[in-house]
Structure formats: C-alpha cells, structure tokens
Design a protein around this ligand. Structure first.
Ligand SMILES: Cc1cc2nc3c(=O)[nH]c(=O)nc-3n(C[C@H](O)[C@H](O)[C@H](O)COP(=O)(O)O)c2cc1C
Length: 164
C-alpha cells in the first residue's frame, strides 16, 4: 500500500494516545505513511487508505470519542481496511490471554468488517481526572499495564497485511 494510514483514538487520561503513537511508530518503521489524531478531531476519513481506531475502556464501553467516530464515519470506514483496539484492564490479564472486545466494539467490528481487534493493558496514573478514577487509585488498583512490545507486535501484523 502506498497511501496513508490513520491511527485515531478516544482517550480521557492520555494513555490510549501513547498506544496509538506506538502503533504509528511501528507502521512507519515498516515503511508506511501514518497520521495520528484524536478521534474527535478527524473531519473525514476518505483521504486514508486504512484506519486503526482505538479507545480507552470506561465502564465496559469504548471512550465516547471512539464510539462517535465510528458512528460518524461508518460508511467510509466500511469501505477500507480497519483495525480496532481497546486499552483498559488495570491488571495483567491482557498480557496473559487474548481478551475479546466489549459488546459495543464487537458490534463495530461487524459493521465495519474490521480486520482485527486487540485489547491492551491500560494505565491509570495518580494525576487521572475525576472522582471514579481517584477512588480506583485510592483502593490501590491504579498503575501502568501497557505492554508496548505487544502493541508493536500487533502493529507489525497490520503492516504485514498492508504492505504489498
Ligand atoms: C472510571 C473508570 C472506569 C474504567 N472502566 C474500565 C472498564 O470497564 N474496563 C477496563 O478494562 N478498564 C477500565 N478502566 C481502566 C481504563 O480503561 C484505563 O485506565 C485506560 O488506560 C484509560 O485510557 P485513557 O488513559 O486513554 O483514558 C476504567 C478506568 C476508570 C478511571
């Protein structure tokens, strides 16, 4: 593929953005041209030849920006190769086994004929926004469970499918 890949994401506290940047870096290392952008800032997807969409998980759902992005661009997304990812679990479960997408993301996969999905470990830092986050932190369940090697391996698989 000689065109441009969009890697876009919905995030509240920023950790999904780092995963998206890491995916983009890997795709670039494989020779692809990549743009990254917050999902709420993408005006249209027609200039991209493939799209990777990710969202942080909140109460069993993708971040609202990722959901709105899929809703807004559904017809155009369904016409190009699309991969989805979720970042969430604040434990080692994502590193230990393949975690299936939550229900809404599974539905999006079907609607968009997505080529794949991965759930990566999430991150909740001491400076996270909102009282629910602070409650989780107070109970000692925060931390950084992102596995950037797993992210790079997944992104390499995407590159292998996109490269001629
Ligand atoms: C209020 C709240 C609810 C959460 N709910 C879930 C959840 O349902 N499933 C999950 O795997 N992780 C959940 N998490 C963990 C987040 O998905 C994780 O912190 C993720 O990395 C956040 O992404 P972001 O930093 O890009 O916003 C929750 C975190 C908070 C603060």
């Amino acid at each position: 593929m000689t065109g441009t890949v969009l890697v876009t994401y919905g995030t509240k506290n920023g950790s999904t953005a780092h995963i998206a940047e890491s995916i983009a870096d890997t795709l670039r290392r494989h020779g692809l041209t990549v743009e990254t952008m917050r999902a709420s800032s993408v005006p249209f997807v027609t200039r991209y030849d493939a799209v990777v969409v990710g969202g942080g998980l909140y109460a069993g759902r993708w971040h609202k920006d990722a959901r709105a992005f899929v809703r807004r661009h559904r017809p155009d997304l369904a016409q190009r190769p699309v991969w989805l990812f979720s970042s969430g679990p604040l434990d080692t479960s994502a590193a230990e086994r393949e975690l299936p997408p939550v229900r809404g993301v599974r539905r999006a996969m079907l609607e968009l004929h997505a080529r794949g999905h991965a759930t990566f470990g999430g991150c909740l830092d001491d400076d996270a926004d909102g009282w629910p986050a602070r409650r989780i932190l107070r109970s000692g369940n925060g931390g950084d469970f992102r596995d950037f090697e797993a992210v790079a391996a997944w992104a390499s698989g995407i590159a292998a499918e996109l490269k001629p």
